[in-house]
Design a protein around this ligand. Structure first.
Ligand code: TZP
Ligand code: MG
Length: 220
């Protein structure tokens, strides 16, 4: 095959249980221990997300996270920053509505996964039509992790998008904990993305294990 064609073939990634970092937890002493607990207990994808950090530290932390993910065979993503995604040779990047345009990122990151945030049905449709590899849809429920989060959109939006675009992966985010997992998966979400349900848990290892079990049960 031509090289151009080969770069279009994307690796398959499992976004069933997608854990994101947040500055509040990144700076905790136990952070790296929690990361390993996640990786050992069923997280399928990790996203390095650090809003208040600068390049050099982001590179250092991102590299450490990427290497840990590789050790456990877990996909590694970078939030917002294509430059860091490229520098770390991440599996993909996750872009917000105010980041680089998807088609621009795509051109510079061939063969990689590009996810897009959507806060409602309209943004979801536009994101899918623009060719996002997956949508991070939310907040589905109220969240106290993201200060500038849009109003919660509810599980109905998941259902509506999946009815219309059954083959486009939709990952639900925002306020998802063990109690909420079942309904988002039943609404059609392909996976969940969480921060506080894991990093804020008394036992992150148990939280990861239970979230995963609940997803599997809800899919049956
Ligand atoms: N985007 C939409 S909601 C959110 C992000 C990054 C925060 C999710 O954090 P939590 O703690 O899982 O509600
Ligand atoms: Mg973003």
């Amino acid at each position: 095959l031509e090289k151009e064609v080969l770069t279009l073939i994307k690796p398959s990634v499992d976004l069933t249980l997608y854990v994101l970092t947040d500055d509040a937890y990144l700076n905790e002493e136990k952070f790296w221990r929690v990361v390993e607990d996640c990786l050992k207990n069923g997280v399928t994808a990790f996203q390095y997300r650090a809003k208040g950090k600068k390049g050099a530290e982001m590179y250092r932390e991102g590299l450490r996270l990427k290497e840990l993910c590789a050790k456990y065979g877990v996909s590694f993503f970078v939030n917002d920053r294509l430059d860091l995604g490229l520098a770390l040779n991440a599996d993909g990047v996750h872009l917000g509505q105010e980041d680089l345009l998807l088609e621009v990122a795509r051109k510079h990151f061939p063969g990689k996964i590009i996810g897009l945030s959507a806060t409602n049905y309209e943004e979801g449709v536009l994101g899918i039509k623009a060719g996002a590899d997956y949508l991070g849809l939310g907040p589905i429920f109220p969240t106290s992790t993201k200060e500038d989060a849009a109003p919660p959109c509810g599980v109905e939006v998941i259902q509506k998008l999946k009815e219309e675009f059954p083959n486009s992966p939709v990952i639900a985010i925002g306020g998802i904990d063990r109690e909420k997992v079942f309904e988002v998966i039943r609404a059609g979400a392909d996976g969940i993305a969480v921060i506080s349900a894991v990093f804020g848990a008394e036992s992150p290892a148990r939280a990861v294990y239970e979230l995963r079990e609940t997803i599997i049960r809800a899919r049956e």
